[in-house]
Design a protein around this ligand. Structure first.
Ligand code: ARG
Length: 418
């Protein structure tokens, strides 16, 4: 563990949504309504009691605490509303670990270690979220600054070029400045420590012991030369830089994991020019003809095959993009049956591989920006998130008016709040 001085300018402050007390109240009550509508539709008296309670708490203290049930269901709703995620058929299975009482960085790191260990130890990767303390009356709790709990270091070479993941060059520099010592001979797949920022703004480093996670060596079922490239990836992605927003309460420290779709590794991380950029190497290993303009397509497909094969052989959950695409269509159908529109961002849902060959390519999609949800920053994906208000279902004119009101509010915020 290493520590730095601490600063008073907390980058989190620039990321969280700014909301008026009225907006918080509206989101809170809309969430309570949704919770009861979906979880306990027959308990109307209880719903009204809870609404009054929440409104009272907000009026007196500017904050309310979710019950464990509300927290768990809220997190699942946040996943269900995540417009960019193709894997949402599983939204109900999200396991919620309530860590709201954990506020010290050492303890946070210990809980995260437990999360990493569990996500990596079971045959079928469970989807887990660990939720730490929320922002209360604008006071930020400790939170994780790293984008993911497991990620690879990237080192700029003096001669030019990068060893490791170019996406993490900045993070690597920061870790080193905070006292992290990279391995004696830096490699392409060195796992970075995580950075946790405490309440006073100090940044602390924590390393996840290698025994807590799994690394998968990428090999191809028939082409040995692919295995010889020495490509690897970690088994489970654990996103840690998104703010979970439920009923007007923001949880800036809520790392969650799913399992990989092979294209994420094979068609993006290992092959994007701005990432590992290994496609030409893969093509050489496959002995492809560089004069064939389709060499990239073949290489991408075979690298996907290799990733799927390696994860499956290691007994780690993984999904191919065609199956994921079908599952997403099933999700949309199920939502439709439940009389709920699905929020989706086409440019994220459609896989980077065989796009029109996947069913999702042919669906029309709309990002409804619903809360509960996850977001990174109010300046980008946190912009214009809004609650689903039931009465609008029955009064479209009211909905239109409300939409204009929100647009005006958001314009004013952008214009004057800086
Ligand atoms: N695309 C990111 C990565 O390659 C992970 C995003 C989350 N993915 C997931 N399957 N849950 O590391």
């Amino acid at each position: 563990m290493y520590i730095d001085q601490g600063t008073r300018s907390d980058p989190l402050k620039r990321r969280v949504r700014r909301q008026t007390p009225l907006e918080v109240r509206e989101e809170a009550l809309a969430f309570i309504d949704q919770f009861y509508r979906e979880v306990a539709p027959d308990q109307d008296a209880e719903r009204l009691r809870r609404r009054r309670e929440v409104a009272g708490l907000l009026r007196r203290h500017g904050h309310y605490d979710h019950t464990p049930e509300e927290l768990a269901y809220g997190a699942r709703l946040a996943w269900r509303n995540s417009a960019r995620c193709i894997g949402r058929l599983l939204w109900k299975s999200l396991e919620v670990v309530d860590c709201r009482h954990v506020t010290e960085t050492d303890e946070i790191a210990a809980c995260i270690l437990e999360h990493v260990t569990r996500a990596n130890s079971e045959a079928r990767t469970p989807s887990i979220i660990s939720i730490f303390a929320p922002i209360r009356n604008k006071v930020a709790p400790a939170y994780v600054e790293s984008a993911q709990i497991l990620q690879f270091a990237g080192y700029i070479q003096e001669a030019g070029g990068v060893i490791g993941d170019p996406a993490n060059v900045e993070m690597t520099r920061t870790a080193i400045s905070l006292g992290w010592r990279p391995p004696a001979s830096p490699g392409h797949f060195d796992v970075l420590p995580i950075i946790i920022r405490d309440q006073a703004g100090r940044r602390l480093l924590y390393e996840m012991p290698p025994s807590s996670y799994r690394m998968i060596d990428i090999t191809h079922p028939t082409v040995e030369a692919i295995g010889a490239l020495g490509l690897r990836w970690y088994a489970t992605p654990i996103i840690s830089d998104m703010i979970l927003s439920i009923g007007g309460v923001d949880y800036p420290c809520a790392p969650f994991n799913g399992f990989y779709m092979a294209t994420e590794i094979a068609s993006r991380n290992l092959t994007d020019v701005a990432r590992y950029d290994r496609l030409a190497e893969v093509a050489r290993a496959l002995d492809l003809d560089p004069a064939d303009p389709l060499w990239r397509d073949v290489a991408l497909t075979e690298l996907n095959r290799a990733v799927l094969h390696s994860f499956t052989a290691a007994g780690v959950s993984i999904i191919d993009h065609h199956t994921a695409s079908e599952q997403f269509v099933t999700f949309v159908e199920k939502e439709h049956t439940a009389r709920r529109p699905t929020s989706a961002d086409w440019s994220w849902i459609v896989p980077p591989q065989a796009s029109a060959g996947c069913a999702v390519f042919h669906l029309s999609m709309k990002d409804l920006r619903r809360v509960p949800n996850f977001y990174r920053s109010r300046a980008s994906d946190g912009m214009n998130l809004e609650p689903f208000v039931w009465r609008h279902e029955h009064r479209p004119r009211l909905a239109r008016l409300d939409r204009w009101r929100r647009r005006l509010m958001s314009w004013i915020r952008r214009r004057y709040a800086g």
